[in-house]
Ligand binder design. Structure first.
Ligand code: ADP
Ligand code: MG
Length: 443
């Protein structure tokens, strides 16, 4: 392809070219106004192409065809899509797009974050794209409420902040929806967990243990929750509760609930929170409750549900270690505002939660289950945690974290419960011998 100073080698336009593209797109948007919401994307693309050809007919002679094609694509993106970030959204290897300000756009690829070449013209350009993203969703953003959190029709999550809250200019964060959720086979292939761990976790889910997946943002909590949920037998009634429906369950008997922001037109501004949905779900005769993430007072309702017969429930929590998960849970329960004494809270936690599965994104970008930890009980004030399996970090080789999954040698105290459900797990799962994964390879 001929290189041109008007577009960089990777197809990013120069400032001058971008201004030109925006001008053309603005004209086209005005002339298409009435059609933009009603016509199909294909038809609109044809209109844009025709309009572009007409508007550029005079200059077309002077520019190489390859550049003209690049311009056309950029004009289509600017008129119908989300402008400069549209190519990133269409690139399946990109999992997250982060616009820090008009001049700084980062992307996540393969678990790692890179600065991209993409630029917006200026702050107004970013705001126009934000508005284009949220308007079809019936959402607004302005100085009075300069934050918006929304979900695109394809399931991707969008967050945007504009001034005065955004200090260095408007920003956008888009977590792209992965069309295909990773399966347990994928996770095993990526060495995120061992086959033995998968087998153990399956037994725990089927045997109705209450399980919390904990980890940092982007560590793979939702992915693992999805995999664990997949182990729930097909004849059990499942209610899922999420901020934005991400879980993809294949069972037949599933009811999916999602939170809702306040209606823009509702003066009371009522929203439906996770907590409202958890409370509501108890009246829906659930056999399993799956809460996408506990981040507030719903933790209390969740624990109470787990303690009153809705066992086998699953959720995720933002925490960096199993111990941290317990203190995070304590904090969340206190957010319910019931003024419970801490030892009561701890008792609730300990009797509700059986297992913590800790997920982490390691420094090389890989995701791993770093601990499978049993919550054993309370000794005085202290919650007793016992690792069943953990990942032993053995340093780096060629930029990759090496290590192995190591059983602690301690069998979980809920073995009888697994047995009752027909799981007679082989002893090697719990014994430390060299049958686990070393580095990338199983021996
Ligand atoms: N074990 C894994 N190996 C590689 N990529 C993963 C793994 N688990 C999740 N991912 C990817 O990481 C990104 C974040 O995962 P997600 O489950 O949404 O994280 P969280 O819920 O912790 O924020 C997604 O793009 C997902 O496909
Ligand atoms: Mg998540």
């Amino acid at each position: 392809m001929a290189e041109s100073p008007l577009f960089s080698a990777s197809g990013v336009p120069s400032t001058e070219m971008q201004q030109h593209i925006i001008n053309i797109a603005e004209k086209l948007r005005q002339s298409l106004e009435s059609k933009l919401e009603s016509e199909s994307r294909e038809k609109l693309t044809t209109y844009v192409e025709q309009g572009f050809n007409a508007l550029t007919a005079r200059m077309a002679a002077g520019i190489p065809e390859s550049v003209r094609q690049q311009m056309l694509q950029a004009v289509i993106d600017e008129t119908l899509g989300f402008g400069p970030i549209e190519p990133l959204l269409n690139d399946d290897s990109v999992t997250e797009v982060m616009v820090n300000n008009s001049q700084q756009v980062y992307v996540e690829r393969g678990g790692k974050i890179f600065l991209s070449e993409v630029r917006f013209l200026d702050d107004e350009h970013v705001v126009r794209v934000i508005e284009r993203i949220i308007r079809p969703l019936g959402r607004t953003i302005d100085r009075r409420w300069p934050l918006v959190d929304a979900r695109l029709p394809d399931g991707s999550r969008v967050n945007a902040v504009i001034p005065p809250c955004a200090v260095d200019g408007p920003n956008i964060t888009i977590r792209k929806f992965s069309k295909k959720k990773l399966s347990v086979e994928d996770l095993i292939r990526f060495n995120s967990l061992s086959p033995a761990m998968a087998e153990f976790l399956k037994a725990c889910v089927v045997s109705r243990l209450n399980i919390v997946v904990s980890g940092g943002t982007g560590s793979g909590k939702t992915t693992l929750l999805n995999v664990l949920s997949g182990y729930i037998p097909n004849d059990e009634r499942i209610v899922t509760i999420e901020d934005a429906a991400e879980l993809q369950l294949h069972q037949e008997h599933v009811v999916r609930l999602e939170t809702k922001p306040p209606e823009p037109t509702d003066p009371q501004g009522r929203s439906v929170a996770i907590r409202d949905l958890v409370i509501n779900s108890l009246r829906m005769r659930p056999e399993r409750i799956i809460v996408g993430e506990c981040r507030g007072g719903e933790a209390l309702d969740m624990l109470q549900a787990m303690n009153t017969g809705h066992d086998g429930s699953l959720t995720t929590i933002h925490a960096n270690t199993p111990r941290d998960t317990i203190s995070r849970l304590e904090t969340l329960v206190l957010m319910a505002g019931l003024d419970l004494p801490i030892n009561v809270v701890r008792k609730q936690i300990v009797s509700a939660i059986n297992l913590i599965v800790q997920q982490a994104r390691l420094r090389d970008g890989s995701r791993k289950v770093t601990n499978i930890t049993e919550v054993q009980g309370l000794e005085g004030e202290t919650v007793i945690l016992q690792d069943i399996l953990s990942f032993e970090d053995q340093g780096e080789q060629d930029g990759k974290v090496m290590g192995r999954f190591r059983p602690s040698g301690v069998r979980p105290s809920f073995m009888p419960q697994l047995k009752q459900h027909g799981f007679d797990l082989p002893a090697y799962i719990f014994m430390d011998k060299e049958s686990s994964i070393i580095g990338g390879h199983r021996r």
